[in-house]
Structure formats: C-alpha cells, structure tokens
Design a binder for this molecule. Structure first.
Ligand code: RP5
Length: 173
C-alpha cells in the first residue's frame, strides 16, 4: 500500500552514496514525513554509479524536485557532483566515518570551490535532521501552511526547553 507521501510528486530527494548511510539518513525522511513533505529516497553513488548520478541530477528539476539532500562519507563528492549538474539547492550531509570520524566527509562537502555551492550541515544524525528542516524552510518560502508548521515546531522545542528548565532548576543543589 502506498504511503500518503508516495501519492504526490516528490519535492525533496534524499540521496545517499551507500545503503550503509541509510540508518542515519532515515532521520531526514522522518522529519519530512512529520511535515508532510512528499519526498523520494535514493541510493546513488557518484563513483560507483556515475551515470545514474548524472541522469538523476539532470532530470531532477524537470521531475518537480525543489531541494536535494545528498549524504555521503569519506571522499564525499556526491553532493558536489549533483550540485554541478543542477541549479536546485543541494544540502550536503557528511556521514561519520570509522577512519577519520567524518571530518573527511565534512571537508569534502563544505570546501566546494566558488561557483557550485553545497549547503553543508553537521556530521551524522544532527545533520540529517537539520538538512530536512532546512529543506522545509526552503519550501516554506512559498508555502504559508508549511511556514506556520515550522513556526509551531520551534514553539514546541521552546516549550520542551522551558519544561526541562522548570524541572531541573527546581532541584535543590
Ligand atoms: C560513500 O562511501 C558512502 O556515502 C558511504 O558513506 C561510504 C562508505 O560506503 P560503503 O563502502 O559502506 O558502501 O560512498
């Protein structure tokens, strides 16, 4: 059975370089689901399936996509490669790595030479969530309902912090 988000044209693509990135990147999907943003999730490698990466990037805008989230680890060129072939905004999520902790991925994404930007977020799960929130913020520029939902989300976070403050500050030290 199709999920509700499958029944609409995807506005956001979550692309990852390997299935091994999925456990982290499903956090992006969960955020988009929470906001009801139709999206697709793909595994496409810049070096293992470069032809598919090219076909994906060059057709993305025509297919109705508005934002691309690209996750990769190590020599994480996926986001930059996709950004080179589309003018859609590309948000890069650096994956944590066993050898260098994800600093390798972060630098590979964030150090794009001038001209082809990759909006790079934090390494790992925080980045996966923030990439989705940034995608929502971009879509919210032309969607008042989504903009209001984003404001409500911030209010909920605020309420949670205030509740935590009330709880912790009431303890006698
Ligand atoms: C990148 O290399 C992927 O994005 C992944 O983070 C990393 C390791 O990939 P696997 O060797 O686990 O497939 O392409």
């Amino acid at each position: 059975m199709n999920k509700p988000s499958d029944q609409k044209i995807p506005l956001v693509a979550i692309v990852m370089g390997s299935k091994s990135d999925y456990e982290v990147m499903k956090k992006s999907s969960e955020v988009l689901q929470k906001f009801g943003v139709p999206h697709e999730v793909r595994v496409i490698s810049a070096h293992r399936t470069p032809d598919i990466a090219q076909a994906f990037a060059t057709s993305a805008e025509d297919r109705g996509l508005q934002v691309i989230i690209a996750a990769a680890g190590k020599a994480a060129h996926l986001a930059g490669v996709l950004a080179a072939m589309t003018t859609l905004p590309v948000i890069g999520v650096p994956m944590s790595t066993s050898d260098l902790g994800g600093l390798d991925s972060l630098l590979s994404m964030v150090q794009m030479p001038a001209g082809i930007p990759v909006g790079t977020v934090a390494i790992g799960e925080a980045g996966a969530k923030n990439a989705a929130l940034l995608a929502v913020a971009i879509l919210a520029l032309s969607d008042v309902g989504l903009s209001n939902e984003l404001k409500n989300y911030r209010q909920q976070m605020r309420a949670e912090v205030e509740a935590a403050d009330a709880e912790i500050s009431n303890v006698s030290y």
